[in-house]
Design a protein around this ligand. Sequence first.
Ligand code: HEM
Length: 172
Amino acid sequence: MILEQFGAQAWDKTLSAADLDDAILVSVQSYPDDVTFRLISAAAATAGLTVEDTLHAFGRHWVRASAQGPYAGVLQILGTSLLESLNNLDQMHASIQLAMPGAQLPQFSVLSQDDRSIRLAYYSKRAGLESFVCGLLDGMLEKFATPGFVEFSGQDGDARIFTITLAEPDAA
Ligand code: HEM
């Protein structure tokens, strides 16, 4: 996202601000969460955004970027609608786990749904990624050209709850 929006020099500056060398960022290899969070903070400084806004922007970017890159097929078979995609997320992430045994993938469960909203539970061992999840879900709304908005609605035990409110369909 930094490369695309700000160019190679900004990416090099971001890496050095995070005290990293991009040799650690190898496709389909895991790296410590500490690296991720250092990169996010440095990227936020480069972009002039808060960490939360950077996480949100990166969630949206990930959906857009993965629709074009090597993960395009994965995203395509995830589903033909928002709801179908959300219901298939765990299975998709589980298949990725086979290629990346070190990955700690999240879990999602659709709690309820009607014409106007979807309530989704998110489970993760990681803290602090709620804005990333909101951005990913916003990216999914965009992917399916579904007008609506996403909110983090709080914690219920281990579950972190997100509410997707769908825009009222145009009166025909
Ligand atoms: C092509 C599509 C996708 C691929 C290939 C993919 C793959 C991955 C991988 C490899 C990780 C890193 C796990 C680790 O290293 O520990 C990850 C994390 C994550 N994924 Fe996906 N994912 C995709 C789409 C999505 C979508 C659409 C959502 C949600 C709407 C989502 C939610 C998350 C979240 C929240 C994390 C952060 C890890 C955590 O919460 O602990 N992913 N995913």
